[in-house]
Structure formats: C-alpha cells, structure tokens
Design a protein. Structure first.
Length: 288
C-alpha cells in the first residue's frame, strides 16, 4: 500500500502469498530496461506510484482486474514484468494482449524496445530462436545444463478464444472492456497454469459484460481483486481543473473520480447521462 493516495482496493478477497517480489522486479526493470517517456526521452523504467501499487498487490493476489483513468502506466509496467520473466525466467510463457489495435501496436514496439535496451545495457544479444511480429522465443540451457524455452507474445486479441491449449505463466490483457469478459475468461483464463498472474486492465466502456464482471468482483464473487485508480494517482488538482474546463462533459469519461462515474460517462447508456450524473452527485453528497 502506498500512503497519501486513495486505496484502490474495492473488495475483500483474502490475501495470499503469491511469491512475487515487487522490489526485485522494480529493481531489475530500473537497472536493465528503458522506456520512452511522455517527453520523448529515453529513461530507465522506474515504477511510478500507480505501478508500484499494482506491483504491491501482485504480491497478495494472482488475479487482478483494474479499472482506471487514462495514461497511468499499467501497460508499461505489466509488459516490463512480462519481459523480465522472459529474460530471466525458466519455461515462462508470457502473454500481453490488447483488444485495441493501436494499443497493441504500441505494446509490441515497447516490448522490442525493452529487449534492445536490455541487450545494450548488458552488452549481450538475446539468442532468439524465433522473433516474429507478435512472438519472441528463445531456447537455452540453465546453469545445470537443463534446457528451457521462454516465450513472450504481444499483440492484438482479435477474439476471446485465443490462447486455448497454451500453458500461460503470466497474462496481461488491456482494454478488456472492449471484449466479452465472461467468454474471455472461459477461454484464455483457462489456459493459464496454476500460480499464473492474470492482470485485466481497462478504461470503462459503458454497461457491458465488463461492468457485470466488475460488479461481481466487487461482491467477492469472481476470485479477482478489484482495483480502481482515479486520476489523483497521477495528476494534481490544478491539472485536473484545467482539463475539466477544457473537456467539459467529456472530462468524467477521461478522468473518472469513482467507478460509478467511469461506467456512467463512457459507452452507451439507456438513461440521459446528465440526469444520471446529477442523481449520482446528490447521493455522494448525502452519504459523504
């Protein structure tokens, strides 16, 4: 848990020891991987507060569903963890997919950049057996002479049945609100081995199967931890005030301050959004 930020946890699934060491992964990424930041500079992949928070919860939950404001860095962090497993693990099959084509293109470029930066920093060449547009594979032997194969798959999830038959050890899916989440978990969710992390992160897209899954998770019915990250995790009040002035009605869609507002102001709704926002605000004031 990170002090001075809102608690993102929205339900009460019991903690378990997943064996994930947040500090060790953050140190490896900071020392070995670089990223192009918002100012187009190449900088070390140092975890920001939202990323540190996700890494913290990965120590206690295998399955996490994240509802978020935009541009908080979860995709960069999850892909960094997948890349670290690919580079340092044994028989890892890591998958990072998006249901948004433009986001998946960025993830693929980022994955290739992570691996190049690792090679440059360590003055080595990762011995790839296979390096395609969406999948990287390398085979080697460990210090005891035992062979292993690591795989990193990055791309667009064009349907909910991809991954069937795989033995996935780390799964990261972004913009899952654009998919049928129930069918998705029946497919690729079942392809994950025992002890695999499953990270589903997205902005909201109105009232759909993701909304149903989120509500069920908040009621402790799915086994996932539900995490909501408001814009306060990244932006200060002055920045948000300026954005609200500039975006008007679109502001709550891009920078929701609650899960209810995120779902209410995105996608299609049956009732008038302005009226629903007014009633929601009255309830917040009444129960504040």
């Amino acid at each position: 848990m990170i002090p001075d930020y809102p608690n993102p946890l929205q339900n009460s699934e019991p903690y378990v020891d997943t064996g994930f060491k947040a500090a060790a992964y953050e140190a490896f990424m900071a020392d070995n991987l670089t990223i192009i930041d918002k100012d187009t500079r190449e900088v070390p992949l140092i975890a920001n507060p939202p990323q540190q928070s996700l890494n913290y919860f990965m120590q206690y939950y295998y399955d996490l569903v994240i509802l978020k404001a935009r541009k908080l860095g979860f995709s960069s962090d999850a892909l960094g963890i997948a890349t670290t497993k690919f580079l340092t693990g044994r028989n890892e099959k890591c998958v990072s997919m998006s249901f948004d084509a433009s986001a998946s293109d960025k993830q693929l470029m980022r994955a290739k950049h992570y691996i190049r930066s690792y090679e440059i920093k360590n003055n080595i060449k990762v011995p790839m057996k296979y390096n395609s547009k969406s999948e990287m594979v390398w085979e080697a032997t460990d210090e005891n002479g035992r062979p292993f194969v690591n795989t990193l798959r990055v791309g667009t999830a064009r349907n909910t049945s991809f991954g069937r038959g795989d033995d996935i050890t780390f799964l990261h899916l972004t913009e899952v609100s654009l998919s049928d989440v129930i069918a998705l978990l029946a497919g690729v969710g079942e392809a994950c081995v025992r002890g695999a992390h499953k990270i589903l992160e997205t902005t909201a897209d109105g009232f759909n199967t993701y909304k149903q899954f989120w509500d069920a998770t908040c009621r402790n019915e799915t086994g996932f931890a539900a995490l909501f990250y408001s814009p306060l995790w990244e932006y200060d009040e002055a920045y948000l005030a300026a954005k609200e002035k500039a975006l008007g009605k679109l502001f709550p869609q891009e920078y929701p301050n609650s899960p209810e507002m995120a779902f209410l102001t995105s996608g299609d709704t049956y009732f008038d959004q302005d009226a629903m926002r007014w009633y929601l605000r009255q309830m917040e004031l009444e129960y504040a």
